[in-house]
Structures are given as structure tokens and as C-alpha cells.
Design a binder for this molecule. Structure first.
Ligand code: NDP
Ligand code: MG
Length: 387
């Protein structure tokens, strides 16, 4: 990386990852500069961020929220753009070096795709992009000369540890999972889980959708699929282990049996910073280990009966084609329904399986087809729930 300042656009700057990214930038203003920010509905927060970082552009993607917001506090040098056209415009600006994809759900695909098409470096938090359209996105990145760097902590860990050996000597990748808040719940206890309990993650503070995904372990299913496409792995090369302390972020095993892991306290600012400064490392705000303390870290295999999402992740990673987009959209709709009190916690994964099994599979779909299936899967979930 050159010594010059890297110019960054954050898609979804008002969310959990977006705000952590701004903390990283604030700590390294001599090396990192924010030139574009996007929010969906949190317009006041976007104005506050603009006052602190003076970007060239801010984008509010929800046109109604944008129309109702008070923009009088925006700095004079910041231009306001509205809607997806505004987002596309900012991503494609020649001045942009890195696009941080931190929008939640399939809504994140549009910006990520556009960044790739414009040959940008994509710091990818939005795992749904690869779950929906992994093969298309990776092929487009190769065609357009775009670089995709993972922000998801497990994938950042794999990316970092892969440097320890030759690619042809890689045996397997082992993704760690905290197991979420219900790791030790019986089937009967899982039936009684409330929204409040599901939103209370033991080791990470994140947006609501990924927090529920962590509780069902659908998050790990999505990460299996993400790893498959991002690193070009065979599905059977990807294992999952439970590691409740979230200190070991993932491991890779080489042909000779040597296992290399990446460790740090659970703090997303580290993988975010690594993606922004790669291949360099810098001092930063992320929490560090205190090596004068005692540590006790556990690793054990997941219970695939109580957490059936994991099996779905491997199935979809094996099948590819349209199945990722269908699983992803079904899960988003089911999680939304759970958060709205319309379905029970243990219904989320079976609802997804049912929609997946009923979809018309295509092994090599176009992006248009994937978007149609995204809408279809959401309607199917509504039918499944009876709303
Ligand atoms: P949050 O819910 O905290 O933030 C979501 C962001 O996306 C907000 O800026 C929100 O805007 C914006 N947004 C929501 N809907 C839309 C839409 N339809 N169009 C455009 N923008 C939209 O999510 P997280 O930060 O937790 O997660 C973001 C992504 O990063 C997810 O894909 C998640 O899986 C991934 N990730 C997150 C981790 C974490 O620690 N949080 C860890 C690893 C991956 P607004 O608030 O203005 O409405
Ligand atoms: Mg993760």
C-alpha cells in the first residue's frame, strides 16, 4: 500500500460496522479519509457523522426518510444525494479507493456489485453479497480487477492465516462460532426464547439481524457459504467448531497437520482496520490482550440437531446456483417475522428449509434471476407464516 491517504466510502455508515469503521478512521486520519457515507433511514445520525468527518458526499437511500429529514446541519462542503442512484454515483467516483460494504442483508448487494464493477477495493462486511451471488461476484471482481478483502472476523482470520503456507498445501479451514446465547439450551428451552433474549449476544455487539442469525447459528451457515466462494474452497474443506470466548477467530490446517489460528479480543475494529490498511498493519483502537491475565479457552463440536442451520449452510455451499439467494432471502424474512413477533424462534430455520426445498433450482443463474428469487422467497415465507 502506498503511503498516501486512502479514500473510503462507507455504505451503511450508521450501522454497527459502519460506526466501528468510523472509529478506525478517526484514529488514523493521517492515513485514512472518509469521502462518502450512506445511511438508509438514520438521517440525523448521518448528519452528525458528516459534521465529524466532512465527507464530499452523503447518501440517504430511503427517499421518504430523506424527504422528511432536516439536513440543515450538513457541512457546506458535503453534497447530499438520495436513493440508490446516489449510492451508485458515489461508489463509482474516481476518487474512491475503498468501498466498505456494511449495509445489512441483500440490500447490500447493489453497492458491493457496483464497487466490484468499478474495480474498487471492496472491504466486505455484507456476507449476504457472497451468499446470494458468490460465483457471479467473484467472476466480476476478476474481470474488473477489483480486490475483495473480508471484514467478517472469521474470514479475516482465514485470510490472515492463509499467508502461513502455500495454497496447494491447505487442507481445511475451521470457522469458529461462539454458539450464541442459546448454546446450552435444550430443545424445550429453545421453544420459549423471546426476542429480547435472542438480541442479547454473549460476546459481540452487532446489528439486530446478525445477532438473531448468531442465535440460530444461521450466521455460521452464511459464513460457510461466504468462505466457499471467497476462498474458492470445496464445501467439505470447511468445518465449524464452537468456541464460546470468541478469541480465536478461525483456523487453517495445512497438509502436514500444522494448524495456524488468528487471535484477538472480540472487537470488529481489528478486521475492519486490516481490510482498510492491507497489506500493512498499523496501531489502532482495537482492544488488545492483557497477557498478564489467565485465559481459558474452549473448543468443541457443534450440536447439529439443536442447531440445524449448520447443515443447511453445507448443503447450500455444495449446491450453489440459486440456493444461496433463496436461503438468504428466506432467512431475512423469517428473522424479520420473528422480530415482529409473528413466528417463534425455533421456526426460523425450518421455514428457510421449506422455502429452499420448494424453489425452482437453477445451477447458473443471472443476477436478475437471483433478485427475482429473492422476492419470491420473501413471499413464500409470508405464506409459510400465514400472513
Ligand atoms: P446494522 O443493522 O447495525 O446496520 C445496517 C446498516 O445498513 C445501517 O447503516 C442501515 O441504515 C443500512 N441499511 C439497512 N437497510 C438498508 C437498505 N434497504 N438500503 C440501504 N441501507 C440499508 O448492521 P451491522 O452493522 O450489524 O451489519 C452490517 C453487515 O455486516 C451485515 O451484512 C452483517 O452480516 C455484517 N457483519 C456484521 C458484524 C457486526 O459485528 N455487526 C460482524 C460481521 C459481519 P439506517 O440505520 O440508516 O437505516
Ligand atoms: Mg462473523
Amino acid at each position: 500500500m502506498s503511503r498516501s491517504i486512502r479514500r473510503i466510502v462507507i455504505l451503511g455508515s450508521t450501522g454497527s460496522i459502519g460506526r466501528s469503521t468510523l472509529e478506525v478512521v478517526a484514529a488514523s486520519r493521517d492515513r485514512l479519509s472518509v469521502i462518502g457515507l450512506t445511511a438508509h433511514r438514520s438521517c440525523q445520525r448521518l448528519v452528525d457523522q458528516a459534521r465529524q468527518f466532512s465527507p464530499q458526499w452523503v447518501v440517504a437511500t430511503d427517499e421518504q426518510a430523506a424527504a422528511e429529514a432536516d439536513w440543515s446541519g450538513l457541512p457546506s462542503e458535503t453534497q447530499l444525494l438520495v436513493g440508490l442512484d446516489g449510492l451508485r454515483r458515489v461508489v463509482s467516483e474516481a476518487a474512491v479507493d475503498i468501498v466498505v460494504a456494511a449495509i445489512v442483508g441483500s440490500a447490500g448487494l447493489t453497492g458491493a456489485w457496483h464497487a466490484v464493477q468499478n474495480g474498487k477495493t471492496l472491504a466486505l462486511a455484507n456476507k449476504e453479497t457472497l451468499v446470494m451471488a458468490g460465483p457471479l461476484v467473484m467472476a466480476e471482481a476478476a474481470r474488473c480487477g477489483a480486490t475483495i478483502l473480508p471484514v467478517d472476523s472469521e474470514h479475516s482470520a482465514v485470510f490472515q492465516t492463509l499467508h502461513a503456507g502455500r495454497r496447494e498445501d491447505l487442507k481445511r479451514v475451521i470457522l469458529t462460532a461462539s454458539g450464541g446465547p442459546f448454546r446450552q439450551y435444550s430443545q424445550q428451552q429453545l421453544e420459549q426464547v423471546t426476542v429480547q433474549e435472542a438480541l442479547n449476544h454473549p460476546t459481540w455487539t452487532m446489528g439486530p439481524k446478525i445477532t438473531v442469525d448468531s442465535a440460530t447459528m444461521m450466521n455460521k451457515a452464511l459464513e460457510i457459504i461466504e468462505a466457499r466462494w471467497l476462498f474458492g474452497l470445496e464445501p467439505d474443506q470447511i468445518d465449524v467448531v464452537i468456541h464460546p470466548q470468541s478469541m480465536i477467530h478461525s483456523l487453517v490446517e495445512f497438509r502436514d497437520g500444522s494448524v495456524v489460528a488468528q487471535l484477538s479480543p472480540p472487537d470488529m475494529r481489528l478486521p475492519i482496520q486490516y481490510a482498510l490498511t492491507y497489506p500493512e498493519r498499523m496501531d489502532g483502537p482495537a482492544t488488545r490482550f492483557d497477557w498478564s491475565r489467565n485465559f481459558s479457552w474452549e473448543i468443541f463440536p457443534p450440536d447439529k440437531t439443536r442447531f440445524p442451520a449448520l447443515e443447511l449452510g453445507h448443503e447450500v455451499a455444495r449446491r450453489g446456483g440459486t440456493s444461496g439467494a433463496v436461503l438468504n432471502a428466506a432467512n431475512e424474512a423469517a428473522v424479520e417475522a420473528f422480530l415482529a413477533g409473528k413466528i417463534r424462534f425455533p421456526d426460523i430455520v425450518p421455514a428457510c428449509r421449506s422455502v429452499l426445498e420448494h424453489h425452482h433450482f437453477d445451477p447458473s443463474p443471472s443476477l436478475d434471476e437471483l433478485w427475482k428469487l429473492d422476492a419470491w422467497a420473501r413471499r413464500e415465507i409470508a405464506t409459510w407464516i400465514g400472513i
